[in-house]
Design a protein. Sequence first.
Length: 161
Amino acid sequence: MFNLSKKNLFIAIFLISLIALISAYFIEYILGHQPCSLCLYERIPFFLAILIILINYKFNKLEKYFILLLAIIFFIATILSLYHLGIEQGFIQESLLCDLEKGANIIDKNEILKQLQQKSISCKDVTFKIFGLSLTSFNIIISLVLTIGLTKIYFGYEKNR
């Protein structure tokens, strides 16, 4: 297998995260496919990864811990994406996570009427596919590969210094 330096690893994760976010916003704002609540939550790990990588360049003595933190973040992203895929496939029922926006800031009956008029995207509805796979499926693959890679690098960190 290939040996990726830690610097190149951070660059690769930064670029993967940036491309994932740009793609998500392109699909949402240019192509017009509205994301569900879980799709929006699935973007958070990519934002966090970019932030952690930028912080790592300032505090690179903590690199090993940043690698562990990234591994944990992408592990959580994998779990979240698997949960979303379960909803898409009908194995899991939609939960409150899919409907948080509706109950969050209701103050009066006018707010309720406004929200009823807005088109709500269900977490089980797949509005965009690439090669027959939902974006959630791609998110699972990316997050799982990054989790495994980062975990291997974390546990082999001392011998690869």
